[in-house]
Design a protein around this ligand. Structure first.
Ligand code: NAP
Length: 272
């Protein structure tokens, strides 16, 4: 894994100052945050919100070309995001990556497990690779990254772990037995770990987004999209900002009493 483009102190200070439309909201304690899958639709906005709040933000990627272009685009917009090549489904690679992030940026105390993929098909047609790839990127990754990052949170007597699950981990979805199992598994992980580390000032929570207005959903034919939207009581798809907002809420020091929770962020689409 490599960190692409060294970041100067001057660039660091741009994070919270380049967007003049929204005043920066400086945080009491700047933290080192790791957002897995930060180059994706939801991850991008999470990274931006954390950077704008004055935190140091790192993300992992697999696709180098995409990640470099993304980092340059972030820099143009005034955000400094550190990028590290790592398949978070691979345990050994992830251990090395977390060490490299800590060596370069300092102890990770905010972790957003956001990396995820889908490989949809009915179970009867599902290959073992489709099952394993989805479990690896969505669920193994949560163990692989949280396991080493937790040591630094324990040493720092502070930690915020947020796992990005899905509405379909709560209600299931045709053609997504792999994805629904992985996303439901994340919440079991959340509840167990939350109990283990509650006394150490570390909270562990899950966010379960509903349908979010990303390229994937916009590629769905208009009539099908309208059908999905008609099932959402608030009458719109979610946005990456809706998810990033909940991340910011959960990492806020005032949210320290919330742990082991699943925050449904779905416009009322599914109420558990
Ligand atoms: N979009 C929605 O409507 C929606 C709804 C509910 C939940 N979610 C969840 O929200 C999260 C983000 O979704 P999104 O729509 O932003 O996805 P996205 O745009 O497809 O981005 C996914 C990101 O995850 C990274 N990634 C995937 N597997 C990885 C691995 N093994 N190692 C390292 N990086 C990996 C990708 O990096 P590379 O491209 O470099 O591989 C990419 O940056 C996912 O967990 C998803 O399941 C999304």
């Amino acid at each position: 894994m490599t960190s692409v483009l060294p970041i100067s102190k001057e660039q660091m200070s741009k994070n919270s100052s380049s967007d003049t439309s929204t005043p920066p909201s400086p945080v009491a304690v700047p933290r080192v945050c790791l957002v897995t899958g930060g180059t994706g639709a939801i991850g991008t906005v999470i990274c931006q919100r954390l950077a704008k709040a004055g935190h140091t933000v790192a993300t992992t990627y697999r696709n180098e070309e995409k990640a470099k272009a993304w980092q340059e685009e972030m820099a143009k917009q005034g955000y400094v995001i550190h990028i590290f090549k790592c398949d978070v489904g691979n345990f050994d690679e992830t251990q090395k990556c977390v060490k490299a992030i800590v060596a370069q940026l300092g102890p990770i105390t905010i972790l957003i497990n956001n990396a995820g993929i889908t490989r949809d098909t009915s179970l009867r047609k599902m290959s073992v690779d489709q099952w394993r790839d989805v479990m690896s990127s969505n669920l193994d990754s949560v163990f692989n990254v949280t396991r080493p990052a937790l040591d630094y949170m324990l040493e720092s007597s502070f930690g915020r772990i947020i796992n990005i699950s899905s509405i379909n981990g709560q209600k299931g979805q045709f053609g997504q037995s792999n994805y629904a199992a992985a996303k439901a598994g994340m919440h079991g992980f959340t509840k167990a770990l939350a109990q283990e580390v509650a006394k150490k000032n570390i909270t562990v929570n899950t966010i379960s987004p509903g349908y979010i207005e990303t390229e994937m959903i916009m590629a769905v034919p208009e009539n099908i999209r309208q059908g999905i939207m008609s099932q959402i009581p608030v009458g719109r798809f979610g946005t990456p900002e809706d998810v990033a907002h909940v991340v910011c809420f959960l990492i806020n020091p005032d949210s320290s009493f919330i742990t082991g929770a699943n925050i449904a962020t779905n416009g009322g689409h599914f109420m558990d």
